[in-house]
Design a protein. Structure first.
Length: 131
């Protein structure tokens, strides 16, 4: 049997605002944007060359969901963006206005820095040693 996680839902306040950040700022690919109704879309984005798990940008449609925006993991790092060149991607992200919450640091497992998306979600930009 073969299984994988094809997508992870990220609750956002607005589809287009989320696309602007993930596609425009992080340079993710817009994999799909299908409109189901005036209020509902299926929006998938993915890092370039990733070929793995995608993000489903899910617009909050009630107060409970809106309250979870940016805090889906209770303040912990939520998502991990792996790179093959930390310095290149870190510099490019800074140039495009990505907010990093710390300076890059070298750990036993690789180079990492935490950044935040405009919705409050914490991410690791990480280049793992040997990976």
């Amino acid at each position: 049997m073969t299984q994988n996680i094809s997508a992870v839902a990220v609750v956002v306040p607005d589809y287009d605002e989320a696309i602007d950040f993930y596609v425009g700022t992080l340079c993710f690919d817009l994999v799909e944007d299908t409109r189901f109704s005036a209020d509902k879309r299926w929006v998938l984005v993915a890092p370039p060359g990733g070929g793995g798990t995608r993000l489903l940008l899910a617009r909050a449609d009630n107060e409970k969901q809106a309250a979870a925006i940016g805090n889906q993991t209770g303040g912990r790092v939520f998502l991990f963006l792996a790179t093959d060149d930390f310095e290149r991607d870190h510099a490019a992200m800074l140039q495009r206005g990505v907010v990093f919450l710390e300076a890059p640091r070298n750990e036993s497992y690789g180079t990492v820095a935490v950044f935040r998306d405009p919705f409050g979600n914490k991410w690791d930009l990480i280049q793992r040693i040997g990976g």
